[in-house]
Design a protein around this ligand. Structure first.
Ligand code: NAD
Length: 482
C-alpha cells in the first residue's frame, strides 16, 4: 500500500513535512503502510478548506444534503467487503464482526441523519402581536477525534450528524488505525459532498491538540480515554469550544436470581469478548446473585473455553488480536494483578499457545473478585471479565454505582418491575434490560459521570451539532419612555 496522505479539499495531498509513522497489523505485527503526520500548518490548511466547504454546504437545503448523504451510505454499503478487510488489518478484530457491524452501522448512521437533514426546524413563540422564532443553525467547522476500536463507525457517528446539520468537519482518526477515515472521505466526495466539507488529517495527540486549540474550529467531538477527555476539555476552554466526550467505562452487568441464565451468559460473553474486549460500554463487572452464581460460572466457562482465537481474516474466528504491543502488555499486567490480588482464574489467563506472532490474549474470566481489586475498578479494554456475587437488590445497585464511570449497565431479570426500577437507579447513560451492547442509531449513546459529556446518535446528536438563534419580531412601534 502507498504511503497514506492527508485528505484535504476533495483529494489526497502531501503533508508539509516528511514525518511519517507506520500503521501495523496487530495480528501479524507487520507494517501495513506509512502514514504522513499532519503538522499544525496542515491542520490550519484543513480548517481553512473546511471553512470554504462550509459556505457551500450550509447554503444547501436539508433535503439536498440528505440526498447526497444517502448516496454516501449507499457507496459505503457497496464497499463493505473492502472496507471491512481494511478495518481488520488495522484493528485486528474478527472479519465476521467487521463485515456485520463496522461498515454497515456507519451506513445506518449516515442514512438516519440523511433522513433527518430535511426535518431540522426551529419553533414559533406567540408574544401577543409580536412574535419570536428560533432557527436551528450549524456551528461551522467542527472537529472529530477518533479512538482505534471502531475507526470507521466512530468517523460516521461524528461526521453524519455534523454534516446533516450543515457543518463541515476536520476529522483525525486514532494514529493506530488511520486507514478507513480516509476512505470515508473518498466516499463523501464520490457521493457529491463539496470539497473541504469532510477533511482528514493524520497524526497523534499533537495533531489532536492543534485541532482543539484552533480558533477556526467551533466544536470538538472526542472518543477516547477519560484522561484525554479532561485534557481536551481543558484546552477547548481557551476558545470556548463546544465539546462532546465519549470516554471509557467499567460498566456493571447484573444477573438476578430469576434471570434466564443462558441468556445472561450469552450477554456476558458478548459484553466482554466481542472485539477482544476493546469496547467502551463493555459490562466488565459481572454481578451474579449468589444463589445462581455456581450455575452461571459453569455455563460461562464452558462456552468461553470454546471461543476460537486467531487469524482475524478467518470468518470462523471469534477473538482477534489486541491493538498494539503496548496494549497487550497493559492487559497482561491487569491479569497478573488479578491473580496476585487473589481472584480465582476460571479460564484463559494469558497469550494463547501456538500464536507466536500477533498480540492475542485468551478470553479470561476471574471469579471471587472483590469491588476494591484494582483490575475491578479500572478500565482494562481487553478480554478480561470480573465476576462478583451479591445478595440483595439495594446492595448491588450501591456497588454497581460505586465508580467514577457511568457509561452503561445491564440488568438481567424476569421481573418487569425490578428491571425498570434498577434501570432507573443505575448511574449510567445507557441501560440494557435482558440484553447488552445493542446500540441502534435511534437511541442516544453517551455517559454519565466521568464517562462523558453530550450524546451521539438519535435526535440528541442534532442538538449537539447545532445552535439556536432566537429572532424577535416586533409588529408595532418601539415605545421609548424618553
Ligand atoms: P486515547 O484517549 O488514547 O486517544 C483517542 C484519540 O485522542 C486519538 O485519536 C488520539 O490521538 C487523540 N488524543 C490523545 N491525546 C490527545 C490530546 N491531548 N488532545 C487531543 N487529542 C488527543 O484513546 P484510545 O486509546 O484511542 O481509545 C480507547 C479509549 O477510548 C478507551 O478508554 C475507551 O473506553 C474509549 N472509547 C469510548 C467510546 C465511547 O463512545 N464512549 C468508544 C470507543 C472508545
Amino acid at each position: 500500500m502507498d504511503t497514506l496522505r492527508l485528505y484535504i479539499d476533495g483529494g489526497y495531498v502531501d503533508a508539509d513535512s516528511d514525518i511519517t509513522f507506520p500503521t501495523v497489523n496487530p495480528a501479524s505485527e507487520e507494517t501495513i503502510t506509512e502514514v504522513q503526520q499532519a503538522s499544525d500548518g496542515d491542520v490550519d490548511r484543513a480548517v481553512k478548506s473546511s471553512q470554504a466547504g462550509f459556505e457551500a454546504w450550509s447554503a444547501m437545503t436539508g433535503a439536498e444534503r440528505g440526498r447526497i448523504l444517502n448516496r454516501a451510505a449507499h457507496i459505503l454499503r457497496e464497499r463493505n467487503d473492502e472496507l471491512a478487510q481494511l478495518e481488520v488489518l488495522d484493528t485486528g478484530k474478527p472479519i465476521a464482526e467487521a463485515i456485520e457491524v463496522d461498515v454497515l452501522s456507519g451506513a445506518d448512521c449516515i442514512e438516519y441523519f440523511a433522513g433527518m437533514a430535511a426535518t431540522l426546524r426551529g419553533d414559533h413563540y406567540d408574544l401577543g402581536g409580536d412574535f419570536a422564532y428560533t432557527r436551528r443553525e450549524p456551528l461551522g467547522v467542527t472537529g472529530g477525534i477518533g479512538a482505534w476500536n471502531y475507526p470507521l463507525q466512530i468517523a460516521c457517528w461524528k461526521s453524519a450528524p455534523a454534516l446533516a446539520c450543515g457543518n463541515a468537519m476536520v476529522f483525525k482518526p486514532a494514529e493506530l488505525t488511520p486507514l478507513t477515515a480516509a476512505r470515508l472521505a473518498e466516499v463523501y466526495t464520490e457521493a457529491g459532498v463539496p470539497d473541504g466539507v469532510f477533511n482528514v488529517v493524520q497524526g497523534d495527540a499533537r495533531t489532536g491538540q492543534a485541532m482543539v486549540s484552533h480558533p477556526g474550529i467551533a466544536k470538538i467531538s472526542l472518543t477516547g480515554e477519560v484522561g484525554t477527555g479532561k485534557k481536551v476539555m481543558a484546552s477547548a476552554a481557551a476558545t470556548l469550544k463546544h465539546v462532546t466526550l465519549e470516554l471509557g467505562g467499567k460498566s456493571p452487568l447484573i444477573v438476578f436470581d430469576d434471570a434466564d441464565i443462558d441468556n445472561a451468559v450469552s450477554a456476558a460473553l458478548l459484553a466482554n469478548f466481542y472485539t477482544q474486549g476493546e469496547v467502551c460500554s463493555n459490562g466488565t463487572r459481572v454481578f451474579v446473585h449468589e444463589s445462581v452464581h455456581a450455575d452461571f460460572i459453569e455455563r460461562l466457562a464452558s462456552r468461553a473455553r470454546k471461543m476460537r482465537i486467531g487469524d482475524p481474516l478467518d470468518p470462523a474466528t471469534d477473538v482477534g488480536a489486541l491493538i498494539s504491543e503496548e496494549h497487550l502488555t497493559k492487559v497482561l499486567g491487569y491479569i497478573d494483578m488479578a491473580r496476585s490480588a487473589g481472584a480465582r482464574l476460571v479460564c484463559g489467563g494469558g497469550r494463547p499457545a501456538g500464536l507466536d506472532r500477533g498480540w492475542f490474549v485468551e478470553p479470561t474470566v476471574f471469579d471471587q473478585c472483590t469491588d476494591d481489586m484494582q483490575f475491578v475498578t479500572e478500565e482494562i479494554f481487553g478480554p478480561v471479565m470480573a465476576v462478583l456475587t451479591f445478595g440483595s437488590e439495594d446492595e448491588v445497585i450501591a456497588r454497581a454505582n460505586d465508580t467514577v464511570y457511568g457509561l452503561a449497565a445491564g440488568v438481567f431479570t424476569s421481573d418487569l418491575a425490578r428491571g425498570h426500577r434498577v434501570a432507573a437507579a443505575l448511574e449510567a447513560g445507557i441501560v440494557w434490560i435482558n440484553t447488552y451492547n445493542i446500540t441502534p442509531i435511534e437511541m442516544p449513546f453517551g455517559g454519565y459521570k466521568q464517562s462523558g459529556l453530550g450524546r451521539e446518535n438519535s435526535h440528541a446528536a442534532i442538538e449537539h451539532y447545532t445552535q439556536l438563534k432566537a429572532v424577535y419580531v416586533a409588529t408595532g412601534d418601539v415605545e421609548a419612555p424618553y
